[in-house]
Write a protein that binds this ligand. Structure first.
Ligand SMILES: [Zn+2]
Length: 238
């Protein structure tokens, strides 16, 4: 073999080797990129599974805290009832006729040494509610003369009568109004989705138990806060 052929042969082998190495490097780079994409896809999948679960857990936690606040409210109202012939709250102390800190909670919660508009009147899922409170008292109960331990008209159980619920954030009302003519502000005042579509909102019942109720919009036209009209309307409590 001539020196030139030897030189060409070596160059040819060198070119082939270089090509093989380049291909190997390219394959390695491509493989790493695929791996990276797979890892990213798995992370994205995990996040998409975790985020709704965490959001759901947060909603559940806020609903539990809301119920705990309602329970404290019930304890305060029960102590008020102890000294006021079983009335849970005084009538006609609403907003805006009275400043928010002079409405019925200021009278009721003084019995348990709380400030006029305490934090137990707040739902953690209610962001900056008007007049500094989240809960609204069922005025039908007061105007229908239903006190602690009583039942509603038609024998409706105290466990089925709403004493307090959640109000809409942009309303300052302290009472879910009772209207003599039978109309109701239920649709304007009551928040039915405070804790989401599944949990609905929380309700404090007359017997002291608290339950989450999903909205029943199918009842359209009926006010579930109203007591059957067989219950007479009497003079307001003292
Ligand atoms: Zn709530």
């Amino acid at each position: 073999m001539t020196p030139v052929a030897t030189q060409l042969g070596r160059k040819g082998r060198w070119d082939m080797e270089t090509t093989r190495q380049n291909r190997r490097r390219a394959f390695t780079r491509a493989f790493t990129l695929v791996e990276l994409l797979v890892v990213i896809a798995i992370i994205a999948l995990l996040i998409s599974m975790l985020v709704p679960a965490l959001a759901n857990a947060r909603r559940q936690a806020m609903s539990v805290k809301c119920k705990a606040n309602m329970k404290q409210c019930y304890l305060g109202m029960s102590m008020y009832a102890d000294n006021n012939k079983d009335w849970f709250a005084p009538p006609d102390l609403g907003y805006p006729e009275h400043p928010a800190d002079k409405c019925w909670p200021s009278v009721v919660f003084a019995a348990i040494k709380l400030k006029p508009l305490p934090e137990i009147m707040l739902c953690p899922a209610d962001d900056e509610p008007l007049a500094g409170h989240s809960f609204i008292l069922n005025d039908h109960v007061i105007k229908r003369q239903i006190r602690r331990g009583k039942t509603g008209g038609g024998g409706i159980s105290s466990s089925d009568i709403i004493l307090m619920g959640e109000k809409k954030t942009d309303r300052g009302d302290f009472y879910m109004e009772f209207k003599q003519e039978g109309s109701s502000e239920f649709w304007q005042l009551v928040e039915k989705y405070r804790h989401g579509l599944q949990l609905g909102s929380n309700y404090l019942m007359l017997d002291g138990h608290i339950e989450a109720k999903a909205p029943k919009e199918a009842e359209g036209g009926l006010d579930p806060w109203d007591i059957p009209a067989t219950q007479p309307v009497g003079p307001p409590p003292p």
